[in-house]
Every structure is written in structure tokens, then in C-alpha cells.
Design a protein around this ligand. Sequence first.
Ligand code: NAD
Length: 338
Amino acid sequence: MSTNVLVTGGCGFIGSNLVRYLLRERPAWKVVNLDRLTYAGNLENLLGLEDDARHVFVHGDVGDRECVERVLQEHAIDCVLHLAAESHVDRSIEGPAVFVTTNVLGTQQLLEACRTRGLRRFVQVSTDEVYGSLGPSGAFTEESPLQPSSPYSASKTGADLLALAYHHTYGLDVVVTRCSNNYGRYQFPEKLIPRMVVNALRNQKLPVYGDGQHVRDWLHVEDHCQGLLQALERGRAGQVYNLGGGAERKNLDLVKGILAALGKPESLIEFVTDRPGHDRRYAIDPAKSRRELGWTPRHSFEAGLADTVRWYVEHPEWWERVLSGEYRRTVTLTRRGH
Ligand code: NAD
């Protein structure tokens, strides 16, 4: 469908996996990666692509209209996969303002630039957290009410609604995807799985919120990338698609599984005060994505988690440089300033 695709936030966890995935699955495409390089943006996630002319890194902010318009024009962009965001719930509780700036206002600026240029498709990459929390049974469908609990999920909800409004009002071809918790390589070690692995490897305490009985559904990042590509190529304009991993796990069980995989004792677990407003359970009904996109996750959670844990074990240089802050000095991929 597309040849010139813009990935925003392509130096983050999912974005960098997506850049690699697209270059592998669609070898004829050009992938332009617009990223502001916040603390979560890491050029080392893209090592190995320095000499790949199909990938162009642009250092810039999605909220900077002039920059975005220049990128759209210079690279003749026809499709956008919008991932750039502030993404960490705990940080949104500490300081919500930047979440509104990037996730809501930044998305609106990007949409506006896309609208005025005309695009084949804009994919808004979102989260199941926009639906709020579930009881012990049931699963979110695309029709579930939007009841975000945290400043993060509220800002993502705002962005989703703006994207859909740009479809209904201006006819911009928009598809929204909402996925469950991702796991995989290159995830910033503030998020649950890499944080626990890294702490365990360093024999440090593994902090578990509350009673550890919160349930999350886990989706391998490669399965997510596949879902995004299928939403881009097969989704219907104006539609929302839920992408779930079908792997619900209690946080405590997950942490115990990581310790077992690493041969570390459960005495490293430390229960800490629960996060304010902590959603109890998320689960996704992916029937619509299966039906309309032909999407099903391929990774079993057990195998995917084992592979992910192994990757962090085998790549201490990656996470040590993140923890020390050294990664922010990397300028390996040519920075094209705005
Ligand atoms: P991340 O925090 O790892 O990466 C975000 C990237 O966006 C970083 O590279 C950062 O530098 C960049 N960025 C931030 N503000 C920017 C701005 N103003 N302009 C340009 N770039 C900017 O996030 P992630 O976990 O890879 O998540 C990517 C997307 O997927 C987000 O939109 C998030 O809401 C969504 N999502 C993530 C998960 C998950 O489990 N990680 C689940 C559901 C949805």
C-alpha cells in the first residue's frame, strides 16, 4: 500500500521494534522516524541501521508544525504510524502536564499537518487503558465505554478522540488501535518486566505494587507490530481495533516467573504502597481485529517471556547504559535537526 511511512516515536520501545519490523516485512518501503529523543528515546535501540538508506531519523517534536510539515513534504509521506507519546503511568501521576502537551496537543498538531497535506492513512497507536478497569470477568471490546483512570490514559483518550474527530469532521483516513501491555526487547527499564529482570540480575529488591493481584494482558511487541501493519493495510477508516495478547497474568505471578527463569529467590520481592487509582484488571477481546484484519498474536507468552528475559541477560551493555544515562550521548544515527 504505502512506500513512504512516517513512524513517530521510532526511538522508543515499540517504535524501534516497529522500524525494524517494517524494514524487514516491507523491504521496499522508506521508514522516516520522527522522534524528540526524550528520556525514553534511545538511538541505541536502532543500532545496526546506521547504513540502511531506507531508514531516515529526524530529530523533532510531533507538536512542531513546521518540522512535521517539512518532513511530510520532503519525504512524500503517505502514511503515518503515530506512536510518539509520554507513556509511563507513574510519571503521569508525578507530572501530568507534559502528557497533555505531547499526547493531546502534539497529536492535534500532527493531525492538523496531516489533514492539510492529505494522507492515505493515519494510524493512532493507543492503549487498552482508555477503557479503565475491569472486574474479575469480561473483556474490553471496541464498544466499551471510555473511562480512563490516570493522567496518562486520559491524555491517550483525548488523542484517540481527536484522531477520530479528524476522520469524521475532515475526512482524514484514521484508524485507531488499542493494545494491551507490550513486552519484548529494548523496553525502557522503568516498565514492569525489564525493571524486574534488571533488578533481579543486580540482586536488588523487586518492588510489587499493593497485593500484586493486579491483572494485565501481555502482548509480544512483534505481535503488536504485525497488528499495526495489518491495521495500516487492511483496517477500515474511522474504525477502532483492539489488539490483545490473550495472556492475562497477575503481576505477582509474572514476577515470580521472572525470578524462577533467572534462578533468583522470591525473597527479593518487596511489596510497596499501591499506585493511586491503580486499575485492577485489563483484558481485551480481539475478535474484531481477528475478523477484519486477519490478525492473531503468534507468540506464546511463556516462550516470548523466556526469549525476552534472555535478551536482557545477554545485553547488559544496553540496559547498563540506560541506567547510567550514557545512552543519551549516543549520536550514532545522523541527527537531522529541524
Ligand atoms: P516509549 O516511552 O518507549 O517511547 C516513546 C517515544 O516517543 C520515545 O522515543 C520518545 O523520545 C518519543 N517522543 C516523546 N515525546 C515526543 C514528541 N513530542 N515528539 C516526538 N517524539 C516524542 O513508549 P512505547 O512503550 O514504545 O509506546 C509507544 C506508543 O504505544 C505510545 O503511544 C503508547 O501510548 C502506546 N502503547 C504502549 C504500550 C506499552 O505496553 N508499552 C501499550 C499500549 C499502548
